[in-house]
Structures are given as C-alpha cells and as structure tokens.
Design a protein around this ligand. Structure first.
Ligand code: PA5
Length: 488
C-alpha cells in the first residue's frame, strides 16, 4: 500500500499546526439552549482562565512547575543518544519495569510512534529492540514476558521515582536475581538501567552501592508528568523513537501554553471541561482516539486526569464536590460497545475525540461487489476516509442528541505532534487544578491501599493496617459462593 499518499505537502514557509481544538459541539448553538455553554459562560470562562493563568505563571516563575521546563533539558538527549547506540548494537529487547506514571507515558508514545507491529517484526526489519512494558504483577503475565525474551539479549530499565513501589521493586528483585544466576553478577551493570530520584529512596542507595547505570527523575516532577524525563525518553530512544523531535514538539506545546488564554489550547481545553463539569454536570470525560496508534494515549491521559483531579478537598481544606472522571475508549471499535451509552444512556459525559487528519496508510477499499447496493458505496473509498467519517458522523450524532463533545486533531501522528499533545494536556491538567482550587500534583488517595498491602506483606511499621484489614475480613458475611460447603 502506498505510504503517506495523502499527506499534505507544505511550502517552506508554512508551519504545520501540531494540534487543533474544535469545541463547537459544546456550545448551546450546537446542542440547544441550556444544554451547551452559551456566550455568557464562555465570557466567564475567559475571566476564570485569566486568573488561572496568573496563578500558573507565578508558580512557574517560582520553579514550582518544573515539568514545564523538561522539553528544553539538554542533558536527557545526551544520555538518550548513548543508550540508543548501545541498545541497538547489543539488545533485542528493552523491558521497562515500572507502573503508573513510570510506565504509561512510554507505552503511549511507543504505540503512537513505532510501527504498530514493531515488536513482532523480525530483528533486521525492526532495526531496534522491542519494547515491553511490564506494568503489572500478575504472576502469569510476568512469567509470560520473561518466557518471551532471552536474558542475554535483554536490557531492563527499572523505573521508580520513589524507589519503594512494591510492584516495581518486586519485579526488580526477581530480575536482579535471575540476571545474577543466569549471566553472572557482572551482567547487572550491562543489562540494567535504574531510573529513580536523584537523591532519595532505597533504589538510589542500591544504585550508589552497586554502581549501576542510572538516570535521575528530576526533583519536583511527579510520575504522570514525567514521560519527557529519563522515565520515558531513555526507553523510547532505545527502541528507535525520535526523542529529539518529541521534545521539540513538547517545547512548542509549552511555548504555546504561555500564550494569552484566548489562543491557548491547554487553557481552553481545561476551561471548557471545568465549566461542563461544574455548570452542566458533566462528571465524566471520555477520551476517544480514532487511531490504533493513539489507543494508549487514552490510558496515559486517564491517569493524568484522574490522579490530578480526583481530590476530596480544595486547597483550603473544604470539600471539593466537582471532579471529572476520565474514561478511555477507542474509535471506531467502541462505537460498537460503548457508544449506545454515550448517545442515549446516562447523560453526564463529555466526549473528547482525538482524531488524525492523515494516516500513514490509506488502505483503499476495492471497487468490487458493484451489484450490491449495500456494499457498492464503500468501493473506491479508503479505510482512512472511513475512520474519519465515522468520527465526524459520531460527533454530529452526539451533538444532535444534546451530548457535548469536542475534538482534538493531530494533522499526522509524528514525534512532534505527540510531544505537543503531551505537553498541552499536562498543562491542561495543572490549569484544571487551579480552576478547581485543588492540588493536581499529589495523589493522596492511592496511598491508603498501598499501606494495607504493606501491612499484609508484613512490612515493619504497617502492622496496624494488617490488624485493621483482618478485623473487617473476619466479619465478612455477604459472600456468595457457587458451591458453598455446608457447615457442621
Ligand atoms: O503519577 C504518579 O505519581 C504515580 O502514578 C506513580 O507514577 C506510580 O505510583 C509509580 O510510582 P514510582 O515511580 O514511585 O514507582
């Protein structure tokens, strides 16, 4: 199939707009009186965004939002180049051991920018190692990963900012042991890269003691904002992603995020969703890419939005009643499973389509079955047209049903446009934090579950949690078993 057939040729002076935001379908003009945002709401949004802008620029200038400077960090590219050379020469596989913000970004960018069949291509055709992101501790899943790679041609990147995450550290301990046993102690220095906090944590201490290859996660950059640090850049460079372009695109996104709010996609995206959540009771935001390459971007965005905005209290400690849960979907696949609910079911969602103007392939549909009226209209079109018409048709249908939706469009999926998208959405999450008056950078809610797990695993200092767990479990009576054993 002919590649890049439909890509727009641009003159030397024309600069590609890396991302477009179309929000016509959240307005009352499109949705009907009372259903969408009206002119007064949009005017009010401008005021709210101007206040958020002042707040964020002030925090940025004080150095409190270091993720905004990441695209211009020169050190990371040097390290990435070295690793990429080494990886290409010596390894068939790069396995990331990490979870949450230490895994989702690399996964999303890899899926977007390497061929969708990268991992199954033969080595010569692939040209770069495979990337496997081991972000679960399912014993069967982890065993299957290890079974699919040969240790001697595999490089492991352990990523944990805190260095204490039980899942990642357990995987690390298993791999450490296996490398040592199978390839000898010296293999650890060749097969292992540790990415962690530059100063703190047990993983940093281990790195210092054993002198392992290591990279820092910059201070003040949390997991879900860290894909453009060594957390994402190192493994991505090793599997052939153009990380220079990725960072350049992100730098452009950051430049645009400092623009006045009226022309600022990050702010407008945050502002619209905030108003839809607070004025129109849109408590869910469905992120629905219409491209397989962007499927994992929805996973990454889900974490970014949910961990950043799911906060019980405002900064002053008062309850925060309004949040917006991100839900992931994939077009067109989920048109045949989720869309009925979005269209006619519970009416509390905003749908954000993530579209692509030009795909790498067109996939023409042959002009056959001309005598069958039900099929003949398809012949002569392409799958690229079909997927985009389906996205546009679905957006229109939702609007006619009074369901708000907006569309982010990438002209093409390139390292630059993906970098731009990532940076824009990260800024949008922080802008949303300012609008809701919450802290978008912490995640207190996930800590409690971790403490119970530590208690159950017998970690010193967490004995209380084990007791608390046991005291409730022993009283559990509402359990239905399919084959209950009669008592007595
Ligand atoms: O966004 C976050 O901060 C979290 O999702 C973390 O990335 C996740 O919990 C993993 O943490 P760590 O990198 O410390 O192992």
């Amino acid at each position: 199939m002919s590649e890049k057939k439909s890509q727009k040729l641009m003159t030397k002076d024309e600069v590609e707009d890396l991302l477009t935001l179309d929000y016509n379908n959240v307005t009352s003009e499109a949705l009907g009186e009372g259903k969408g945002l009206d002119a007064q709401d949009l005017a009010e949004m401008k005021n709210l965004l101007s206040a958020a802008y002042k707040d964020i620029e002030c925090r940025y200038k004080k150095g409190l939002l270091p993720f905004m400077d990441l695209p211009k960090d020169p050190d990371i590219l040097k390290a990435a180049r070295k690793l990429a050379d080494m990886g290409r020469k010596k390894f068939e596989n790069v396995v990331v051991l990490g979870i949450g913000g230490s895994a989702l970004g690399a996964s999303a960018v890899f899926t977007a920018l390497r061929p969708l069949n990268h991992n199954s291509l033969p080595s010569a055709k692939r040209g770069w190692p495979r990337l496997i992101v081991a972000d679960n501790v399912d014993p069967d899943g982890f065993a299957a990963i290890l079974d699919s790679v040969e240790l001697k041609s595999t490089f492991f990147n352990v990523i944990s900012k805190s260095g204490t995450t039980a899942e990642t550290m357990s995987q690390f301990m298993i791999i450490y042991d296996q490398l040592q046993r199978s390839l000898g102690k010296s293999s650890l220095k060749e097969h292992l890269l540790v990415t962690t906090d530059p100063n703190n944590g047990v993983l940093r201490r281990i790195v210092e003691t054993h002198d392992f290859l290591n990279l820092p996660v910059p201070t003040g950059v949390g997991g879900r904002f860290s894909v453009l640090t060594a957390v994402g850049i190192a493994p991505l460079a090793m599997v052939g992603v153009n990380v220079t372009d990725l960072l350049n695109g992100a730098a452009k996104g950051q430049e645009d995020a400092h623009k006045p709010v009226a022309a600022n996609k990050a702010y407008i995206f945050a502002g619209l969703n905030y108003l839809l959540a607070t004025l129109k009771k849109r408590s869910s935001l469905v992120m629905m890419p219409y491209a397989d390459s962007l499927a994992r971007v929805a996973d990454w965005f889900g974490q970014l939005w949910n961990e950043s905005l799911g906060k019980a209290t405002h900064l002053d400690g008062s309850p925060n009643p309004n949040t917006q849960t991100a839900i992931k979907a994939l077009g067109v696949t989920d048109q045949h499973s989720q869309l009925q609910m979005y269209m006619d079911g519970s009416d509390e969602k905003t749908i954000c389509f993530l579209g692509v103007d030009s795909f790498k392939q067109q996939a023409p549909i042959p002009q056959i079955f001309k005598d069958y009226e039900e099929l003949s209209y398809l012949g002569g079109h392409t799958l690229a047209e079909l997927i985009n018409f389906e996205r546009q048709g679905t957006a229109r249908a939702l609007s006619e049903n009074g369901r708000p939706n907006l569309t982010l469009t990438l002209p093409r999926v390139t390292a630059q446009s993906i970098g731009y998208l990532i940076q824009t959405l990260e800024v949008a999450a922080v802008v949303s934090g300012s609008l809701y008056n919450i802290d978008p950078l912490d995640q207190p809610g996930v800590e409690l579950g971790k403490k119970f797990t530590y208690g159950l695993l017998g970690r010193t200092g967490f004995e209380d949690f084990k007791e608390r767990y046991k005291s409730v479990v022993s009283k559990k009576k509402y359990i239905v078993k399919s084959n209950p054993t009669p008592k007595g």
